[in-house]
Design a protein around this ligand. Structure first.
Ligand code: ZN
Length: 295
């Protein structure tokens, strides 16, 4: 039953948000805040046209995302966690291009570049300037078997590193429901990584534990997401978060969910009867356990 009198006054986190200096930038963060948002996970936005190819240029690109986070904290007093890593789409295109031009050598070079990108992200985490590696994963479109296998083996390598370093990963993967979750949980087991430290970005809203297999779901809160989320959250034990995947892309305004969406959906969830305790877990306990206390 909908109860319009129930209001959520607690913290509100959007777990997957990009900002672009050429986009709406600080105004987008302001919209989030004015709608009731308090915490952002700011995900590094890659330069898809020419992704970095050296360790120094990976560091430079990440340093800009760290600087953007600092700016949002200073100007809007919003808590910001930073997530850095090689975007799987940018990376897969790089493998394909370098493989075509240089064969085996090109593949080797692409793998080295991926590892440099992960190492640079890890340095920022160790310095306390970033809180997770992401978005990493594998292509969400059909690629050759060779590229698919390579993407999987690099992802598993990154899971092993996450296990060793005690950090979470934000994953960008293909969109299947059950097969994707079960495949990723098997990879985590091989890497000795607790599955909850795998955060599935752009997660479908059905989050029964029998489907999510111990992974943490970051549910994309599009219009149709509330009903399946409300129908399944009581069968989820690991925990979930909410996100927009706001892109802040000036060429595609309105192509994705806007910056006010998570605060709006949070109020709709409480009106629809979701327990306060569940929302507290979603916006506070789950992110704190994964990323540490917010800045
Ligand atoms: Zn993203």
């Amino acid at each position: 039953m909908v109860d319009a009198h129930r209001l959520w006054k607690g913290p509100i986190l959007d777990n997957h948000f990009h900002l672009n200096r050429k986009g709406r930038f600080l105004d987008a963060a302001k919209d989030f805040k004015n709608a009731g948002g308090t915490h952002l996970a700011l995900i590094h936005c890659p330069d898809f046209s020419s992704p970095p190819t050296t360790l120094a240029s990976h560091r430079e690109a990440y340093a800009d995302t760290v600087a953007i986070a600092e700016k949002v904290r200073a100007v809007h007093d919003v808590h910001v966690r930073v997530v850095l890593g090689p975007h799987p789409a940018a990376f897969a295109h790089q493998i394909i291009n370098w493989m075509e031009s240089d064969g085996e050598k090109g593949i080797e070079r692409a793998c080295e570049n991926y590892r440099d990108s992960i190492d640079a992200a890890l340095d920022f985490i160790k310095e306390g300037q970033a809180h997770a590696i992401g978005e990493v994963g594998r292509p969400h479109w059909k690629v050759s078997e060779e590229v698919w296998d390579l993407s999987n083996s690099l992802l598993e390598e990154t899971m092993t590193l996450a296990a060793r370093e005690g950090i979470p990963l934000q994953l960008h993967v293909e969109g299947e429901l059950e097969s994707t979750y079960s495949d990723l949980s098997a990879m985590a087991a091989r890497a000795n990584l607790p599955t909850r430290r795998l955060i599935r970005h752009y997660s479908p809203p059905q989050i029964d534990e029998s489907v999510t297999r111990g992974l943490t779901s970051s549910v994309l809160v599009g219009k149709g997401a509330l009903e399946p989320l409300l129908a399944s959250y009581e069968q989820n034990q690991t925990g979930f978060m909410l996100e927009t995947d706001y892109m802040d892309d000036p060429r595609r305004p309105g192509a994705v969910l806007g910056p006010k969406t998570v605060p709006k959906r949070t109020q709709q969830l409480i009106e629809a009867g979701m327990d306060e305790e569940v929302l507290w877990k979603c916006h506070v306990d789950v992110p704190n356990a994964l990323y540490g206390e917010p800045e």
